[in-house]
Design a protein around this ligand. Structure first.
Ligand SMILES: Nc1ncnc2c1ncn2[C@@H]1O[C@H](COP(=O)(O)OP(=O)(O)OP(=O)(O)O)[C@@H](O)[C@H]1O
Length: 258
C-alpha cells in the first residue's frame, strides 16, 4: 500500500501539494486527475522519493519512503510523460532488460520479463531497434515496458497515453487491468478520463494542490467543475468520440476485433 499523510510540497512561494492524505491499496486502480498545474505530478514524485516532503510523509508497504528510498524505488515503478532522456541502453531490448539485470535476476527470468513487457506494449518485434530510431510514441512504450519488466508492487503512470496509438493504448490498458487483478496497485495520472474510467476503482481529483474529490462514482458535473473532462455516459457516446478511438466503447470494440 502507498499511504500519503498530510503531505505538503512547496516550490519556493508555490504550494504545489497542500496537506494531501491519500492511500493506494494493493490491487486497486486509482485515477489521479485534475487541471494543469493542480499538483498531480508533484504528488506522485513523492511515492518513490524523487521529491522530499516539506511537511507530512509517505509510506510504501508500511515503510517511510524518507527512511528507505531504495526499497520505495523497487516497490513503486514510475513512468513519466515524454521519457526522452530516460533511456540507459542503445537498443529497445537492452533498455528494458537494464532494470531486471540490476535486480540480479537469473538470465531466463530477465528474458521472460523483457519479452512479456515488450509484448504488453506491442513492441515484441522491435526489440533490436535502436532507441534513437524510435518515434515519440514508441519511446513511451519502451518506457512503459521498462517499468512493467520490474514487476513492481505499485505502478504509477503519468499521462501514459498521450503519444500512443490506439492499438498500443488498448494493449497497455489490458496489461494494467491484468496487473491490478493480480494485486498490483495502479495509479494513472490523467486529465482525460475517457480511456481509463471503466477500469478505475476510484477517481481522485486535485485542484490547486488539494484533493477535492475521491470517489468510486464521481459525478460528471463535479468533474467538470474541477477542470476534468468526464467520461461519456453509457449509451450517449457521440459519433465524433467513437471515431477518435480513445473512449471506452472503442476500446471494447478493439478487443472484440482482435
Ligand atoms: N520544478 C518546479 N519548480 C517550480 N514550480 C514547479 C515545478 N514543478 C511544478 N511546479 C509548479 O507546481 C504546481 C503543480 O505542478 P504539477 O506539475 O505538479 O501539476 P500537474 O497537475 O502535474 O500539472 P500538469 O497536468 O500540467 O502536468 C504548478 O503551479 C507548477 O507550475
Amino acid at each position: 500500500m502507498i499511504a500519503v499523510r498530510n503531505l505538503t510540497h512547496r516550490y519556493g512561494e508555490v504550494t504545489a501539494v497542500d496537506d494531501v492524505s491519500l492511500t493506494v491499496e494493493d490491487g486497486s486502480f486509482v485515477l489521479l486527475a485534475g487541471a494543469n498545474g493542480s499538483g498531480k505530478t508533484t504528488l506522485v514524485r513523492h511515492f518513490n522519493g524523487l521529491l522530499s516532503p516539506d511537511e507530512g510523509a509517505v509510506e510504501v508497504n508500511g515503510r517511510p519512503v524518507a527512511e528507505d528510498v531504495v526499497t520505495a524505488r523497487t516497490a513503486v515503478g514510475m513512468v513519466f510523460q515524454d521519457p526522452r532522456d530516460g533511456f540507459v541502453a542503445s537498443t529497445v531490448r537492452a533498455d528494458v532488460a537494464f532494470g531486471p539485470e540490476n535486480l540480479g535476476l537469473e538470465r531466463a527470468e530477465i528474458r521472460r520479463r523483457v519479452e512479456s513487457a515488450l509484448a504488453a506494449v506491442r513492441m515484441a518485434d522491435r526489440g533490436d531497434a535502436r532507441i534513437e530510431e524510435l518515434s515519440g510514441g514508441e519511446r513511451e512504450r519502451v518506457a512503459i515496458a521498462g517499468a512493467l519488466a520490474m514487476e513492481p508492487d505499485h505502478l504509477v503512470l503519468d499521462e501514459p497515453f498521450t503519444g500512443l496509438d490506439w492499438p498500443a493504448r488498448t494493449a497497455v490498458l489490458d496489461r494494467l487491468e491484468h496487473l491490478r487483478d493480480a494485486g498490483t496497485g495502479v495509479v494513472v495520472v490523467t486529465h482525460d478520463l475517457r480511456d481509463v474510467s471503466e477500469l478505475a476503482d476510484r477517481t481522485v481529483v486535485m485542484s490547486e494542490g488539494r484533493v477535492e474529490l475521491d470517489s468510486s462514482d464521481p459525478s460528471p458535473d463535479r468533474l467538470r467543475e474541477l477542470g476534468v473532462r468526464p467520461p461519456p455516459e453509457a449509451g450517449s457516446e457521440s459519433a465524433s468520440e467513437a471515431e477518435t478511438g480513445t473512449d471506452a466503447a472503442s476500446r471494447r470494440r478493439a478487443n472484440e476485433r482482435r
